[in-house]
Ligand binder design. Structure first.
Ligand code: HEC
Ligand code: HEC
Length: 268
């Protein structure tokens, strides 16, 4: 269903670019012109957010046939705190009694309020709803709490996970995203994840995830992007929604505090 939709909407030029993207995986670079074309064209991530995520948001479910919209749309608009929520997660949640991310808050509303079995964190449906909420929050400044006692605990733990060397190659996130910034690895620049590190300009990574990944042909969340880096650096992949992942997400997202969400992004 989604594939058909995207195929229908992608221009021939964009479709041709997918071929280049596959070539890129084999080691070639995407040219500046190709990037421009892509960026001026349709971002399939926005289509996914609106069409797949937006429909799920409005779909009645469970014994009382409630949709997310039944509770969160007021006078035709998604209520502000839900439409901007993406900028503030991960954060402490009263229902979970701990710090959780937006994906997990969606699951709580599904089980507690819609009374249905929540979509798993790996599912396309959870990613679609998450991407829809990030899409609604476009332009909102990221403002993740790092100072309340529990948020600080998660922030410190996130920094610890970031610096922890793991796996066969004894690598940590820090090795590539701090110590080696400005260097090139497999034809890709290693960049800081926040505004800058040691004078090297960063990408404020958290302001454009979830993103549509051209090499994967689908939208991935920030935690799924982390998993990609873990796989590539031969670390055991941490599960989505684990305390370690939420802490890492909070830490990395806080590095972009103050940056406006440009979600969903479009990445290689
Ligand atoms: C029966 C009503 C109901 C339904 C249906 C419902 N929610 Fe909620 N939702 C709530 C309530 C109540 C809260 C506030 C919990 C609290 O006190 O913080 C909430 C909180 C949230 C928040 C957090 C807002 C914040 O300020 O942090 C998000 C995001 C959210 N809901 C999304 C959804 C999504 C997505 C769906 C559909 C999958 C959904 N909700 C379905 C009632 C509902
Ligand atoms: C072996 C080096 C290496 C390690 C280790 C590594 N990464 Fe990466 N990471 C990269 C490269 C290369 C990219 C692609 C650069 C780009 O997208 O601009 C990347 C991209 C990312 C991005 C997307 C950046 C953006 O602006 O979109 C995030 C987020 C990220 N890494 C987080 C992590 C985290 C968290 C860890 C630790 C679990 C980690 N990385 C470990 C090399 C690494």
């Amino acid at each position: 269903m989604k594939k058909k939709l995207l195929a229908g909407l992608l221009s021939a030029a964009a479709a041709a670019l997918f071929i280049n993207v596959n070539a890129e995986e084999a080691g070639q670079a995407i040219s500046e012109e190709d990037w421009k074309l892509y960026e001026e064209g349709i971002n399939p991530g926005e289509v996914f957010a609106e069409e797949v995520g937006g429909s799920l948001f409005e779909k009645p479910m469970g014994p009382k046939k409630l949709s997310c919209a039944s509770c969160h749309v007021k006078d035709g608009d998604v209520e502000d705190r839900v439409a901007t929520a993406a900028a503030y997660y991960p954060k402490y949640d009263k229902d979970a009694k701990t710090v959780i991310n937006l994906e997990q808050r969606i699951q709580i509303c599904q089980s507690k309020h819609q009374k249905v079995k929540p979509f798993s964190l790996k599912s396309e449906e959870n990613t679609a709803l998450t991407t829809y909420l990030y899409y609604l929050a476009q332009g909102t400044k990221i403002n993740v709490d790092t100072t309340s006692p529990i948020a600080k605990k998660f922030h410190d733990y996130g920094r610890y996970v970031f610096t922890l060397k793991r796996g066969k190659r004894n690598l940590s996130c820090q090795v590539c995203h701090e110590f080696a910034v400005g260097k090139v690895l497999r034809m890709q620049w290693l960049k800081p994840l926040g505004f800058e590190y040691n004078g090297v300009k960063g990408t404020t990574a958290a302001d454009h995830w979830p993103a549509f990944r051209m090499t994967k042909n689908k939208v991935q969340t920030l935690q799924q992007r982390f998993q990609g880096c873990m796989k590539q650096s031969k670390q055991k992949v941490l599960p989505l929604g684990s305390e370690e992942m939420v802490a890492l997400e909070l830490y990395v997202k806080a590095l972009s505090n103050g940056a406006e969400l440009k979600t969903p992004g479009l990445r290689r």
